[in-house]
Design a binder for this molecule. Structure first.
Ligand code: CTP
Ligand code: MG
Length: 251
């Protein structure tokens, strides 16, 4: 395992309400295989051997975290900040909190609370691939279906060439200084940024796409909980098999 020359931090935006999930409880606190989604996510991230600490952005007066934090089994510090109106505001608050302890050249991985199934091996692939990169990049998967552009009535306007099209996943990993300046610029300009990379792109820089896997999907709708449970079980079974055969596939 190579080590990063700069420190590595994680930011986990978890201040959303999960409207599309249509549940009483925000989706990051729904249980999958006996543990809240957020706890799975934090434990996955914390398994990266180079991670220094995690900053978690929570909704104001989040009543769930105080109970959950006791059952989170991680060896690194998890600190919390209050999130903001949009995901990018939540990330910005976390970066501001990190500024005290992290240097501008350190790395930050921003990872959605709602993506508990990211593979350990994909986390390692991301950090290994980007270790000498000046800016950063993100896990992504190539689009596999034929893509259509529709008008507002749902009629097909055109078929979009899928060559070169990717789904942007998380973690999105950037030099902290680059990301803070890019997000600040996007927020000041009133740009709607739905991921870190788009803020960095708007600043004129080119993030690198690092191929990941589709099991790292974002829990969004009710039926996604069963899919997350399925992937987590498959990954645990895969790790069990690897351990028996003395191999490390990292899950
Ligand atoms: N998030 C956040 N702060 C916000 C909005 C979202 O920290 N103001 C977080 C969510 O908690 C989630 C991640 O950003 O972990 C990705 O956002 P999304 O999947 O859109 O979650 P929600 O906004 O909660 O869901 P929805 O859009 O269905 O309401
Ligand atoms: Mg949202």
């Amino acid at each position: 395992m190579g080590h990063l020359t700069n420190k590595l931090w994680a930011v986990v935006p978890a201040a959303g309400f999960g409207a599309r999930m249509r549940s009483e409880i925000p989706k990051q606190y729904l249980s999958v295989l006996g543990k809240p989604v957020l706890v799975h996510t934090l434990e996955r991230l914390a398994s990266h051997p180079d991670l220094e600490g995690i900053v978690l952005a929570l909704a104001e007066d989040d009543p769930y975290w105080p109970k959950e934090r006791e059952q989170v089994d991680v060896a690194i510090p998890v600190t919390t900040v209050t999130g903001g109106a949009e995901r990018c505001d939540s990330v910005m608050h976390a970066l501001t909190a990190l500024a005290g302890q992290a240097s501008d050249n350190d790395w930050v991985m921003v990872h959605d609370a709602a993506r508990p199934c990211v593979r350990n091996s994909d986390l390692r692939m991301l950090t290994e691939t980007l270790r000498d990169h000046p800016i950063g990049g993100l896990l992504a998967v190539p689009v596999r279906d034929t893509m259509k552009r529709a008008d507002y009535l749902g009629n097909v306007q055109e078929t979009v060439d899928r060559a070169g099209l990717w789904h942007a996943l998380t973690p999105q990993m950037f030099r902290i200084g680059v990301l803070r300046r890019a997000l600040r610029g996007a927020l000041d300009d009133g740009n709607q940024v739905t991921d870190e990379a788009s803020a960095v792109e708007a600043a004129g820089l080119q993030p690198l796409l690092v191929p990941g896997h589709t099991d790292n999907f974002k829990i969004t709708q009710p039926e996604d909980l069963a899919l997350a449970a399925f992937y987590l079980q498959c990954q645990a079974a895969g790790q069990g098999r690897a351990a028996l055969s003395g191999m490390d596939d990292g899950g």
